[in-house]
Design a protein around this ligand. Structure first.
Ligand code: C5P
Length: 237
């Protein structure tokens, strides 16, 4: 079973742990997410390793700075061979547009396929109380849609959002827009620090194109079995 819609979050700290998990999941998982904790400790070799294994890579470093700095950062990261990169929509329209244009220009100059660039809308760990505490008056779901539309207008390929918001994003941004959803929890599993969650099947039904799953697979007694259960649920959805 190989399904590019499932992205397993490699939230570990060492190359040994990466090799152990990727080895255990074997052919069941084709797409991995490398986040800050792994990239900051291991760096580029983890991408080389995953490419050697013919895996796809989502490099989830959530860049957020002024337009010129984020655009430059993305162009540096592009050389590492990730299939998908991301930035924070909260950096604003100009930051997203400058980043997208710079990335496409750099890819063209190098003669390589441009990695997908997506924007983080509102983190799936944030709940309504915390959102209000930060002074926001607009509801989370309205802000997510606002960010998604801005990201699309800025030339990005999609967004990261909660599976609970995927349906409204699909409606607002059309059929080719990528909707990558963390906060996936199979029925009965622990929610951990996630708040706006859904099951794998519900996320796909809502319009998600990719599901990011970490702890429900990584912390399972048998990660391969857990991944395959999720893949079956995805196939049936
Ligand atoms: O373990 P779990 O399934 O909660 O992992 C979710 C992964 O998705 C984590 O690596 C987290 O950094 C990432 N993520 C998220 N919410 C976002 C963006 C990324 O949970 N909005």
């Amino acid at each position: 079973m190989r399904d590019d819609r499932l992205i397993v979050a490699l939230d570990v700290h060492t190359m040994e742990d990466v090799k152990a998990l990727v080895g255990q999941l074997d052919d069941s998982v084709a797409y991995y997410k490398v986040g800050m904790e792994l990239f900051y400790s291991v760096g580029a070799p983890v991408l080389s390793y995953l490419k050697e294994k013919e895996k796809k890579i989502f490099l989830d470093l959530k860049l957020h700075d002024i337009p010129n700095t984020v655009a430059g950062g993305l162009c540096s990261l592009m050389g590492l061979g990730a299939d998908m990169l991301n930035i924070h929509a909260g950096g604003g329209f100009a930051m997203m547009q400058t980043s997208s244009e710079a990335l496409h220009a750099a890819a063209e100059e190098k003669g390589i396929a441009c990695p997908k660039l997506i924007a983080v809308t509102v983190l799936t760990s944030i709940h309504a109380g915390e959102w209000a505490e930060m002074g926001h008056v607009e509801k989370i779901d309205a802000q997510v849609i606002r960010f998604a539309k801005l990201a699309k207008k800025a030339g990005l390929d999609g967004v990261v959002a909660s599976p609970q918001e995927a349906g409204a994003i699909r409606e607002a941004c059309g059929k080719d827009f990528l909707i990558v959803t963390p906060g996936i929890r199979p029925a009965g599993s622990s929610t951990d620090d996630q708040n706006r969650i859904a099951t794998p099947a519900a996320a796909l039904r809502n319009g998600a194109t990719h599901l990011v799953v970490g702890r429900p697979i990584r912390s399972a007694a048998n990660p391969k079995e857990a991944a395959e259960r999720i893949l079956r649920e995805m196939e049936e959805a």
